[in-house]
Design a protein around this ligand. Structure first.
Ligand code: PRP
Ligand code: MN
Ligand code: MG
Length: 186
């Protein structure tokens, strides 16, 4: 079947682990953005679950926006080609922008977003990611804040998808290889 227990090989980060990440990062961001009014930009779609938990741990008045730049499409490997699918609505000029991501892998998506926001005249552009797949980096980009490093495993849940599915799994887990195989062979 394709119930959560049938597709997940093992759990990597539990709901408690992720909550602790949000508390720690939220405290740090509360200090670092004190006296500022940051624009928090969620990278659609993966960031939304982490963003709602993270921002509720931030005692900083901020505004929210979203940017959808996709590189993976509906597939599960980066195409390397990034495009703006849906642009944000706010003007970022002179703003302190905090990009929220679920994961930074090759870094191509984050670099594209940071470059775009800087080019539009933001005062500062930083990123807070739930997970940092540092070993897979292909471009040099700072992940200014992150919850945890993660190895080169295909992770799903808490926003992370496989074929745009399984984002709603309430923890981060590793898919069973046969689930991936089932779709790859089609
Ligand atoms: C995923 C993930 C990050 C990006 C990381 O998004 O959410 O945004 O890829 O990969 P990179 O560092 O190699 O660029 P995706 O493009 O799959 O869109 P999604 O958030 O809608 O799943
Ligand atoms: Mn994404
Ligand atoms: Mg994706």
């Amino acid at each position: 079947g394709d119930k959560i227990n049938d597709i997940i090989d093992h759990k990597l980060f539990s709901e408690d682990d992720i909550h602790e990440m949000c508390v720690r990062l939220g405290k740090q961001l509360t200090e670092d953005y004190a006296g500022k009014r940051p624009l928090v930009v969620g990278a659609l779609k993966g960031a939304i679950y982490f963003l709602t938990d993270l921002t509720r741990q931030m005692d900083v008045a901020h505004q929210l926006d979203f940017l959808d730049v996709s590189s993976y499409g509906d597939g599960f490997e980066s195409t390397g080609k990034i495009k703006v699918v849906t642009d944000m609505s706010a003007d970022v000029k002179d703003r302190d922008v905090l990009i929220v991501e679920d994961i930074v892998d090759t870094g191509l998506t984050l670099k594209f977003m940071k470059d775009l926001i800087k080019k539009r005249g933001a005062k500062s552009v930083k990123c807070c990611a739930m997970l940092n797949k540092e070993a897979c980096r292909e471009v040099d980009v700072d992940v200014d804040y992150y919850g945890s490093k993660v190895g080169n495993e295909f992770v799903v849940g808490f926003g992370l998808d496989f074929l745009n599915m399984y984002r709603n799994i309430p923890y981060v887990g590793v898919l069973k290889p046969e689930v991936i195989q089932k779709y790859v062979n089609k």
